[in-house]
Design a protein around this ligand. Sequence first.
Ligand code: ZN
Length: 88
Amino acid sequence: MTEPAPPPHTSRHHSYICNVCGSDHVTRDAWAAWDMAAQHWVLEVVFDQCWCHRCMSATRLDRVVLTSPITFAAPDPAKDRVAGVKLP
Ligand SMILES: [Zn+2]
């Protein structure tokens, strides 16, 4: 038996936004490996390099807490910043 999914607006759900423009249209470099049994690509590793598709440049990401399924709170520099995501 599986636990029911929590509501999508709980504090455990978050998103990542560009720390320059605030867009959530951001991606990270990653490798996908072919899973022969599942017959699809599976994410194997995610790298620190981040890209903002609005700025069209490399960026850093801020982690933000979702306040509803489609909105998020402003980043709190004191506690929600992603310390591990830095550009070289
Ligand atoms: Zn941006």
